[in-house]
Design a protein around this ligand. Structure first.
Ligand code: ZN
Length: 172
C-alpha cells in the first residue's frame, strides 16, 4: 500500500512574500504557482494540506534576531491570498523555525496516519530545513521539491537542499 502523505505549506505569509514585507523573501513570489498546483492536486487526491504559519507574540524573543514579523492577528501573519487555506485544510500556528516545536503537528499527522511529508514554502534553509529535520527524527519520510521552496540567496538554498537530500535520506 502506498505511504500516506501530507502536503506542508510553510510560512507563505504576507510578511515573507509581499514586496517590501519585513522579512521579504523575493523568491517566494516565483514559487506561488508551483505550490498552488500542488495544493490543488493534493485536495483532489484527498492528501491533507497543512499550513505551518509563524504566529508571534508582540514581544517574541525571535524579534531580537529578526525584524518584527507575522504578529498574531495582523495581516502580515495571514497566508497570501493566492494560496489561501480552504475548509478542510489545516492551519498550525508555530512560534519558531520547526513546525513541530510547541505545536500539535505530530499528533495531527499521527491521527491521519501520515508517513511522508512534502514540504513547500520558505525559507529553504530555515523553517523548511528545521521542520524537515524534526520530521526525519520522528520517523517521517521527507520530500522537498526544489521548485516549491525559496530562500534569500542561492547558496543557502542549495546548501539546505543538499543537506536534506544527503542527510535526511529515507531509512530502508
Ligand atoms: Zn518567525
Amino acid at each position: 500500500m502506498a505511504r500516506k502523505k501530507a502536503l506542508l505549506v510553510i510560512d507563505m505569509l504576507n510578511d515573507f512574500v509581499r514586496e517590501g514585507a519585513p522579512l521579504e523573501v523575493p523568491e517566494t513570489r516565483k514559487i506561488i504557482p508551483n505550490i498552488a498546483k500542488r495544493i490543488e492536486e493534493a485536495r483532489k487526491e484527498g492528501i491533507p494540506v497543512i499550513y505551518l504559519c509563524d504566529n508571534h507574540r508582540e514581544d517574541d524573543p525571535e524579534f531580537k534576531v529578526w525584524p518584527r514579523h507575522a504578529v498574531k492577528g495582523t495581516k502580515g501573519a495571514e497566508v497570501v491570498e493566492e494560496l489561501r487555506p480552504q475548509p478542510g485544510d489545516m492551519v498550525v500556528p508555530k512560534v519558531s523555525y520547526s513546525g513541530f516545536f510547541q505545536t500539535d503537528l505530530d499528533e495531527r499527522l499521527k491521527s491521519l496516519e501520515v508517513e511522508e511529508l512534502i514540504l513547500t514554502g520558505c525559507v529553504t534553509n530555515i523553517c523548511v530545513l528545521y521542520t524537515a529535520v524534526d520530521a526525519y527524527m520522528r520517523g517521517y519520510y521527507v520530500d522537498v521539491p526544489e521548485d516549491s521552496v525559496a530562500a534569500l540567496n542561492p547558496e543557502d538554498h542549495r546548501f539546505a537542499l543538499r543537506q536534506i537530500k544527503e542527510v535526511l535520506k529515507p531509512r530502508r
